[in-house]
Design a protein around this ligand. Sequence first.
Ligand SMILES: [Zn+2]
Ligand SMILES: [Zn+2]
Length: 136
Amino acid sequence: MQKVAGSCLCGAVSYRASAEPVFVAACHCRDCQKATGAAHSINVAVPADTLRVEGQLKPFHTTGGSGEAVARLFCPECGSHVLTDAAALPGLSMVQAGTLDDARWARPSMHIWCSSAQPWDQPPADASCYPQMPQI
Ligand SMILES: [Zn+2]
Ligand SMILES: [Zn+2]
């Protein structure tokens, strides 16, 4: 079983899901690039009602490329981006894969917003790639 459990950098916030992930998606949108400081985010989607979070997360609200609300939840102490909740994906919460205690299994099953992928960070040739946000 793939264990969805992890924490922020400082450990003030930790989480655990009792369900298996629904999908793992790498997102190359500009907002994810800005929010992560990296070339893409890696999102492990889990049913939101199976996710237990300990500690306080601070939300930052934007409108996603889909035109729907996106909340990025950060640890207010260390600034780690821990979760993303997108109105376009109701019922799901997306754990940021780098915060998992063990992320070895979290290989993205799809890459989205490939239209804004950096030229030096292209998805692998065998990956499922979508220019924007697909219907999930
Ligand atoms: Zn922290
Ligand atoms: Zn994104």
